[in-house]
Ligand binder design. Structure first.
Ligand code: C5P
Length: 420
């Protein structure tokens, strides 16, 4: 089974190497990060270079090694390296460097870079057991932890001499995973800060959930949409400052508190609500799964098997295509985003379906996701591609439904800003 190839993000990672015997193990951490496609800048302390050579670190990181605070002073690198990093990791971190970080000292390029940066910091201590267990080191490590620094290890085990105990550098994979998790969190926090309130002044109409088409008073024709993605779009749009109206059809999750919620059940009800509300909105995001057909007649009473015999035939009639009708009557400056949930496994075939769909619907963007028993519906994680009216993939995202919602809103907001 081929999964759509959504590229993992590539981050700017600063790895600080300090002077302990475990410095040689930093090489495999750096190598793993580089092989995963990240940009790695190494800052080595003078004493680190007594344990591992600059040529090794340069070859493995594929970048020049920096050590000297007084080198390239014109580029203010003691500030710039840390500030442009998505994460700073110290591997290994000696008791001395941990003490300096805890005290906020800045007497070399590494500690200067960390102090000048607001990126997440990951520290992997390695030292002799006595040094690690010394109350001074323990207090310094606790201060870092309280300040939000991620401490990885140390592990317990064989140390450099014949001694054993806590103080061994954590395993490479554990350190790499902690660095990537911190980078992900840091990037997310930075994007959140940048996005804060960027949708003030927008009125956004969002549909969510799955319609139910009544067969009789107790039965309906429905679908497996939980409404999570539409609710996530509504929630993030409101957090980013928009006035949001959510037309919710049978959603399985709580709607956000700060949005105006209109409850509907059938496609016809959703069509009526949208037709009335749409003209007052600058953006429309149609995330609901709308039934294409409904039973021609809703039976007044419950259908009884005793009265139908062995077969039951129901006639279905077509529902209005809400999205297309909103596109037909919209004003020029209204932006409309549709959704396409496709079960097609082959990515190229799925994209072809999406291209045909956006051409039919005429909306500005179409968010394509793959659904099926193990994909899409009801799950927290999702994977999307966004096509424009020309059928080009203009954005893609993988992650939880809130972060995917942000990507959709980023694109819509950029488009609206470019129209002004
Ligand atoms: O036509 P299809 O259901 O594949 O298209 C999906 C998109 O169209 C979604 O954005 C959905 O909300 C919208 N839609 C609609 N009215 C329908 C069917 C789908 O607005 N009757």
């Amino acid at each position: 089974m081929t999964e759509p190839a959504v590229q993992a993000p590539s981050w700017r990672i600063v790895v600080g190497v300090t002077g302990g015997i475990a410095a040689y193990k930093a090489v495999s951490v750096i190598r793993s990060l580089v092989l995963l496609g990240h940009h790695v800048d190494v800052i080595a302390t003078e004493s680190a270079l007594r344990f591992v050579g600059a040529p090794t670190l340069e070859a493995i990181s594929r970048n020049p090694i920096r050590t000297d605070l007084y080198e390239n002073v014109d580029t203010v690198q003691h500030v710039s390296i840390g500030q442009s990093a998505d994460v700073i990791a110290v591997v290994p971190a000696t008791a001395n460097t941990i003490a300096k970080l805890a005290a906020g000292m800045a007497d070399d390029l590494l500690t200067n870079s960390i102090l000048a940066s607001r990126s997440p910091v990951v520290v992997a201590p390695a030292m002799h057991t006595e040094m690690w267990q010394h109350p001074a080191t323990q207090a310094n490590a606790s201060r870092l932890d309280e300040r939000g620094v991620t401490l990885v290890g140390p592990d317990s085990g064989r140390l450099t001499g014949n001694d054993e105990g806590p103080g061994r550098l954590a395993e490479t994979d554990e350190i790499v995973n902690a660095i990537l998790a911190a980078a992900r969190r840091g990037v997310r926090e930075r994007q959140d800060a940048e996005r804060a309130r960027d949708l003030v002044g927008q009125d956004i109409l969002v549909t969510a959930g799955g319609t139910r088409e009544p067969i009789d008073p107790v039965r309906f024709l429905g679908n497996r949409s939980s409404g999570r993605q539409g609710v996530a779009v509504a929630a993030r749009a409101a957090e980013r400052g928009a006035e949001v109206t959510l037309v919710a059809a049978n959603i399985e999750v709580q709607p956000p508190e700060n949005v105006n919620v209109i409850r509907v059940s059938s496609a016809q009800q959703m069509a009526n609500a949208c037709a009335e509300l749409a003209p007052r909105h600058s953006m429309i995001v149609m995330a609901a799964a709308v039934a294409d057909f409904r039973p021609e007649h809703e039976q007044a009473g419950k259908i009884k098997k005793e009265s139908t015999g062995d077969d039951l035939t129901l006639t279905f009639v077509k529902n209005p295509d809400i999205l297309r009708s909103l596109v037909e009557v919209r004003s020029q400056d209204q932006l409309i985003v549709g959704f396409a949930a496709e079960t097609e496994e082959d990515e190229a075939a799925r994209l072809d379906l999406a291209r045909a769909k956006i051409a039919r619907k005429g909306c500005d963007y179409l968010v394509l996701n793959r659904v099926g028993w193990n994909h899409g519906f009801g799950r927290e994680e999702t994977e999307i591609q966004i096509l424009n009216l020309a059928g080009e993939v203009v954005s893609e995202a993988v992650g939880d439904k809130l972060s995917v919602a942000d990507v959709i809103l980023d694109l819509a907001n950029l488009d609206v800003a470019n129209r002004d």
